[in-house]
Structures are given as C-alpha cells and as structure tokens.
Design a protein around this ligand. Structure first.
Ligand code: KG4
Ligand code: ZN
Length: 336
C-alpha cells in the first residue's frame, strides 16, 4: 500500500449505518451500507432510538466487511474519518464511539467530518476533474443551503432555508398523500405521470435579492389545497399534486442557484444531498446556460460513508484531527 493513503470512514448520523475505505480520498475501495429505511417505514419517519440500536448492532460487521472488500487490514489504514454532526445525537454517538475506539486501539489519527461537507465531497468521488471553487446547492432531508465552496475545507453559507428543508417538504407532502416514507423518491416517480402546471403553488421569495429559501408556505398551500378539495368533494389527482408541488420546489432552487452563481461569479454549480437525486431538479438545473453542472450518482446522493471518507481525507490534509474529548454535535453548521 506504499504511497497510498487509506481512509476508513464511518457514518451513522441518521438511518443509514455505513462504512467505507477510500484510497487517496477520491477512489472507493469499498462502500458498505445498511439502510434502516424499511425498519422506520412502519412509523412513517425515523425513530431516533430505533436508529441508534440498529447502528449499534450493525456497525462492527460493516467495518469488517468494508476492510475485507477493500482487501485491506487495520494496519493498512492511515486514519479514521467519522461523522460527528449534524444528525441525531444517539445515532451519531454510535459511529463516533466506534471510530474513537478503533483510533485509540490502533493508534491512528481520528478525523472529524461534518456530514453536510461529506455530501459536497460525494461530487469529488464522482467527478475526478472537479475542484473548488464552486457554488454548491445542498438539498437533503434536514438542510437546504447554498454554499460558496472556496476550497476543499473552506465553506461559506450564502443562502439557507428559513424554515423547512426541501427534503422535509417532500417527505411531509408524501405522508399527507398517504404515499409512505421517504417521500422524495415516491413523489419524483409519481410526478412523472402528472402535470406540473395543473395547480399553481407558491414559489416563495423568488423576487427577493437574498439567497434564502422558505418551503413552509408551499407545504401549507399543498395541505390547504388537499383539504379544500376534500371539503368540496373534488377528486384529487395525486400525480398532478406531486408534479405541481415538485415544480414549485425545483423552480425556486433553480432561481436561487442562478442568483448565487451571479453573486459569486463562479461558472460551476454542484448539487449535493438526498434531494440531488430528484430527476426534475437535475433537468431544470441543466437549463441554466453557460455553466458546468455536477451531481453525484444516486447511490452517492443519499447518506453513505464514502463521501465522509473523501471529506475526511481533505480534512486530514488540512491538518484537522479530533482529540479524545470529541462529542456529537447534532446541530453542527457547515464550515465549523
Ligand atoms: O441526504 P439524505 O440522505 O439525508 C439527510 O442528510 O437528510 O436526504 C434524505 C432526503 C429525504 O428527505 C428524501 O425524501 C430525499 O432526500 N430524497 C429525494 C429523492 N431521493 C431522496 N427527494 C426528492 N427526489 C428524490 N428522488
Ligand atoms: Zn445526509
């Protein structure tokens, strides 16, 4: 393994238990994941304590599997990268404790990683030519941010949601329509059969100069529409509701991304987070003229450990290292 840096990465911030091994930050040697989605589906959303318990059961087996698939041993590993926030505190603590224990026992550096910065880094794995600076639109279940990515470890938030995250809005609308969890992929699929112009849902803050978002008004508008149809006994066409809701979300995301590119003067837009898997979002962003658009393959959009390994590699190069007192930070901000 001479001349190569191997990163072992652990991610347990929400409902995916994941472990990966990367070579020189951008090449995946293994990327093991246990998704708890089915376990939480019964409850219509993630149950934090159940998530923690499942992480605890799965984490050791996933570490072993990741090493085996990478054809590596603990001796070959140069450092251990781990998500310490943001996320569910009990879930984060499982991965963090596992990583701490390994780093201590193996006498290897422990590299702290911000989960959201990991989502940005998923693009470095997918696109070997991609380098900062660029604008990153981060849209996940918990976050909607426009970020000026100045360097691999230098971030400035230039726009953020003032209420709900985009993914959260997808999940809530899907739940109201009785479609299941997580809602994003289900709405994406059903919207393909609907008319995006059937219902005129609000696109908040489009005409304002700042780069912030708001999705709670849109969510209420969809709920009001559904209630008023039920009261007036007008039949609801779920595909049209999904397509029209999704249209409103992606138009706002497109418009604010364009403003962010203008403001920074960058010619590159990078998409990250679970909602980056959305097909309509990818289509409308591709309409922005004279820019380079990057997004990860679907498997790297949603939570995984490879992206944490990549971000951890760049953190390690920048000299970041955790000491044994590191704790989970559930509301950790990007760039902190
Ligand atoms: O990044 P992620 O895996 O977890 C967080 O860090 O939050 O994002 C999960 C979110 C969920 O809200 C899910 O509904 C949404 O990403 N999502 C999508 C799609 N696939 C996943 N939203 C819209 N369209 C999709 N195809
Ligand atoms: Zn995530």
């Amino acid at each position: 393994m001479e001349g190569k840096i191997l990163t072992l990465a652990i991610e347990t911030s929400c409902d995916e238990t994941a472990c990966a091994v990367l070579e020189n930050g951008r090449t995946i040697l293994s990327n093991e994941i246990f998704t708890q989605i089915e376990i939480h589906q019964t409850f219509g959303g993630v149950v934090p304590e159940i998530a923690s318990r499942n992480h605890l059961e799965k984490i050791s087996g996933l570490v072993e599997a990741a090493l085996e698939k990478a054809n590596a041993t603990f001796d070959d590993i140069d450092h251990i990268a781990v998500t310490y926030g943001p996320g569910l505190v009990g879930a984060l603590l499982v991965g963090l404790s596992a990583a701490k224990g390994l780093a201590y026992a193996l006498d290897k550096p422990l590299i702290p990683v911000n989960h959201i910065e990991g989502h940005v880094a998923a693009n470095y794995i997918a696109h070997p030519e991609l380098k900062p600076p660029f604008v990153c639109l981060i849209v996940s279940g918990g976050h909607t941010h426009l970020v000026d990515v100045k360097d691999y470890t230098a971030f400035e938030i230039i726009g953020r949601t003032r209420d709900d995250a985009a993914g959260e809005a997808f999940d809530k609308i899907a739940r109201t329509l009785g479609m299941g969890y997580p809602g994003g992929p289900l709405i994406d699929k059903l919207a393909k059969e609907g008319n995006p112009h059937a219902i005129d849902f609000p696109q908040a803050m489009l005409d304002q100069e700042h780069l912030d978002f708001s999705f709670s008004g849109l969510k209420s508008a969809v709920l009001n529409y559904l209630n008023s149809c039920r009261m007036k006994q007008i039949s609801i066409v779920p595909a049209d509701v999904c397509a029209s809701f999704q249209h409103a979300v992606v138009q706002v995301l497109k418009s604010k991304s364009e403003q962010a590119l203008k403001k920074t003067g960058y010619d590159t837009l990078v998409l990250a987070g679970g909602v980056a898997a959305n097909s309509a979002l990818r289509e409308v962003l591709a309409e922005i003229k004279d820019i380079k658009l990057y997004y990860p393959p679907i498997a790297l959009c949603t939570d995984n450990a490879a992206m944490i390994g990549c971000a951890g590699y760049y953190n390690a190069l920048a000299g970041k290292r955790a000491d044994w007192s590191i704790n989970a930070v559930p509301n950790l901000k990007i760039g902190e």
